[in-house]
Ligand binder design. Structure first.
Ligand SMILES: Cc1cc2nc3c(=O)[nH]c(=O)nc-3n(C[C@H](O)[C@H](O)[C@H](O)COP(=O)(O)OP(=O)(O)OC[C@H]3O[C@@H](n4cnc5c(N)ncnc54)[C@H](O)[C@@H]3O)c2cc1C
Length: 382
């Protein structure tokens, strides 16, 4: 871990790493195999302050920074990146209410969200638009003191298990400015869920379609005002992208540590694997990738904490770079295990499967390049 951490940051990392070692790592393979979503373990994490990491403390949040969050998600992911990632999504939803909600919404929802008595999911993607989210078609139509929401959300993490849903829906004209954000409780009439998707990884959390058939929510569940839903969704993702990058980093570090331990034991041609210089060079490159990824992730997290003008660009760069590096390191770690890397009991193949989706969700790595290029080239061609 970086020598630039304060004493408090080092103890935050140690607390999360300890939780990961005790509560996540021993069960991660079984949860993956049985597709079990361990809600009780999420609540244990919340009891240590990880259900509202950067939420203000008057509603039970921990009041920490994005930099602290990056440390927590890296540490948790060394035990299980899937559970860490879900905690990130829940934190992102709670932050939306803390940052954009009314005082009444903050007081109503956050004291239940921070201890994870209530669990939250984030609903942006739709069956026919993911990357082009500003084009979404789920509609919310005003009806007296309520809104009626109709449409469908696709790939929603935690859906069916979560208690509330932060839903982006169209209240106005086409485009980003016609979108609003709502808090939709699970028991709202007309809300239903598809089957748990069969996936390559991320099996310890459910992914479902969420269907809205004239779902009635009161006007007081509108977050902020009409028309700012896309801005809310995108600003939540800036932090979410740092978290997901931190989850890749922690998962990749765990894969690297497994490979190193394996190479101390395994022999070929009369030597331990770590004695082959070709493999030493591979380890050197993997360790370098991890250090560069960590250093850059921390740079982006500090920029977001300071609200720097280039924070959006840096968050996109961090998400792109760290999730690519994390996947590559995990994949190399599998290779270094030879055939055993392909067997589930060694844990390397699970990490490869889990980290693969980090290159796709919270904005694909192609879309990260779109964001970076837009920031680099803004102001030209006018
Ligand atoms: C396991 C899992 C969990 C998820 N959880 C959630 C969740 O909780 N909430 C939520 O809202 N969403 C969630 N998602 C959805 C995820 O964010 C989207 O899948 C992702 O944003 C990509 O959208 P898409 O699948 O529609 O792909 P598309 O947008 O159809 O993209 C297809 C391909 O085209 C590329 N592409 C598209 N546009 C461009 C462009 N302009 N330039 C270059 N390349 C481009 C993409 O990068 C991709 O490679 C989840 C997805 C998965 C797999």
């Amino acid at each position: 871990m970086s020598g630039e951490l304060s004493e408090e940051q080092s103890s935050i990392f140690a607390m999360a790493a300890d939780f990961a070692a005790q509560e996540l790592a021993p069960h991660a393979l079984e949860w993956d195999e049985q597709k079990h979503f361990p809600v009780n373990v999420l609540r244990k994490a919340a009891a240590l302050g990880m259900g509202g990491i950067y939420i203000r403390d008057d509603v039970g949040g921990s009041g920490l920074t994005r930099m602290d969050a990056a440390l927590i998600f890296e540490a948790l992911s060394q035990g299980c990146p899937v559970i860490a990632s879900f905690l990130s999504i829940h934190n992102m939803c709670a932050w939306v209410i803390d940052a954009y909600g009314s005082e009444a919404q903050r007081q109503k929802w956050l004291p239940q969200l921070t201890p994870m008595e209530l669990i939250a999911s984030y609903c942006l993607t739709e069956p026919s638009c993911g990357s082009d989210a500003a084009n979404l078609s789920t509609k919310a139509v005003r009806d007296g003191d309520d809104y009626l929401i109709t449409g469908q959300k696709q790939f929603i993490s935690g859906a069916g298990a979560s208690d509330i849903y932060i839903v982006m829906a169209r209240t106005g004209a086409a485009g980003a400015k016609g979108i609003s954000a709502f808090i939709v409780p699970k028991d709202a009439e007309g809300l239903s869920f598809g089957a748990n998707e069969k996936k390559m990884g991320w099996n310890a959390q459910p992914t479902r379609t969420v269907m809205f058939d004239n779902v009635r929510v009161p006007v007081e569940n509108l977050i902020g005002q009409e028309g700012i839903g896309f801005k809310i969704a995108m600003s939540a993702l800036d932090g979410g992208r740092l978290n997901i990058a931190a989850c890749s980093l922690g998962g990749a570090q765990a894969a690297f540590d497994k490979a190193l331990a394996y190479m101390d034991e395994r022999k070929a041609f009369g030597s331990k694997l770590h004695q082959f210089q070709a493999l030493q060079f591979r380890l050197a490159d993997m360790a370098t990738e991890l250090e560069v990824a960590r250093t850059f992730l921390h740079r982006a997290a500090r920029a977001l904490d300071r609200h720097d003008a280039d924070a959006v660009k840096l968050c996109a760069m961090a998400k792109r770079f760290v999730t690519d590096a994390g996947f590559n390191v995990a994949n190399q770690a599998l290779q270094l295990h030879g055939g055993y890397g392909y067997l589930s009991e060694y844990g390397a193949e699970k990490l490869v499967r889990d980290l693969r989706v980090h290159q796709i969700l919270e904005g694909t790595n192609e879309i990260m390049r779109v964001i970076i290029a837009r920031e680099l080239l803004s102001g030209r061609d006018k």
